[in-house]
Design a protein around this ligand. Structure first.
Ligand code: 26A
Length: 348
């Protein structure tokens, strides 16, 4: 049995906010996606016409229930690698039901310190995960998660948790729920000169939530995204080039509040190298390609990348180590169902 304490960082050093969702995951044929006008490797918000998906997955496709929600995934993975409980604190809104219990148990057993806001009479959010080969398409029914309010962060014990943290991570997804909470956390990070990290999360965020995204971007010290998300941002900004290297350079140079901490952009591109953009440089970090038979599903790979990154970043490790750990975590999660891990972490 491995020693549970491997890192030596302060409890509560990392705070994240997001949508706690229970993933309902199944392998489906392509025509399932077509019936719902969904694309492979996309992530969308459920509309009324998507509501039958969840029942269909359970009744006809032998669906699995897995802990999900992008930020909560990243923080669970960071905890798994850190092997020291309660380094990360998570805020999000759930209902008062069995799904909320499952999410809490999974988060706590990973060592995550969850402080859910609870909305009675609204079910905990779910996310349909439609697996087609090595692709996954996500359809989130936020339900209770959509009811998060800033009052939760204003409760004295939660306020203290936010103020005492040293690192902050919020997804672009949370822009669909509560921009004032994001701005509050970003402003706290800024006032205390602490890193604020964010994720572009999905193309639809840049397409439909650009205004709140632009409001928070000046505060963002490190921005994560994949190639499709970066391209959606560039397109929404009418940037002339769809070239990832050009987009990364522009993201780094984009409106920044604290010039003393130049922005960093980290763009992933599946099994192609991760790109690290800093003020005057672009670096590539190779990804170990998995054989098709090793891939269980790619759900959660991007979140796991961030989780691995954060586990090293909060220990003050170099960006090089953070990205290598991100790649390690993503590779591990792809070999397991959803954003779940098996055994002890093997990152050195
Ligand atoms: C607002 N939306 C659409 C979402 C999500 C989401 N997490 C937060 N907000 N849509 C999908 N996810 C989560 O992303 C993970 C994979 O990266 C899913 O729950 C899944 O676990």
């Amino acid at each position: 049995m491995c020693d549970r304490i491997s890192s030596n960082v302060r409890e509560g050093i990392l705070v994240g906010c997001g949508n706690p969702l229970l993933d309902i995951s199944a392998v489906v044929p392509m025509d399932f996606l077509q019936r719902y006008s969904m694309n492979e490797d996309d992530a969308i918000l459920a509309e009324d016409r998507h509501m039958p998906i969840y029942g269909e997955l359970v009744e006809g496709y032998n669906a699995e229930f897995l802990a999900g929600g992008s930020v909560q995934n990243s923080l669970r993975i960071a905890q798994w690698i850190l092997r020291q409980p309660r380094v990360a604190v998570f805020f999000g809104c759930v209902g008062e039901d069995r799904y909320a219990q499952i999410l809490k148990e999974k988060a706590q057993s990973a060592g995550l310190d969850v402080h859910y806001q609870v909305k009675r009479d609204v079910p905990t959010g779910t996310c349909a995960v439609l697996i087609t080969g090595t692709h996954r398409s996500l359809c989130a029914n936020l339900a209770a998660a959509n009811n998060f309010t800033i009052d939760h962060l204003e409760e004295p014990s939660n306020k203290a948790l936010v103020e005492n943290a040293q690192y902050y991570y919020i997804s672009g997804f949370f822009l669909t729920v509560n921009p004032p909470s994001i701005m509050r956390v970003a402003a706290t990070a800024h006032a205390k000169q602490r890193p604020f990290l964010m994720n572009l999360s999905a193309p639809f965020i840049s397409q439909f939530y650009m205004a709140p995204l632009l409001a928070v971007l000046p505060y963002v010290d490190i921005i994560f995204g994949n190639e499709a998300e970066a391209q959606a941002f560039a397109e929404a900004q009418s940037w002339p080039s769809g070239d990832l290297r050009e987009i990364g350079k522009r993201l780094v140079a984009f409106n920044k509040l604290n010039p003393a901490r130049p922005r960093i952009a980290i763009l992933t591109q599946g099994c192609d190298p991760v790109l690290l953009f800093q003020q005057d440089s672009v670096q590539e970090f190779p990804v170990t390609k998995l054989a098709v038979h090793e891939i269980v599903d790619t759900n959660g790979a991007g979140d796991a990348f961030v989780g691995g990154f954060l586990s090293q970043f909060v220990q003050g490790k170099s960006l090089d180590v953070c990205i290598r750990c991100g790649n390690y975590a993503a590779g591990h999660i792809i070999k397991n169902p959803g954003c779940t891990y098996s055994g002890e972490p093997e990152f050195v």
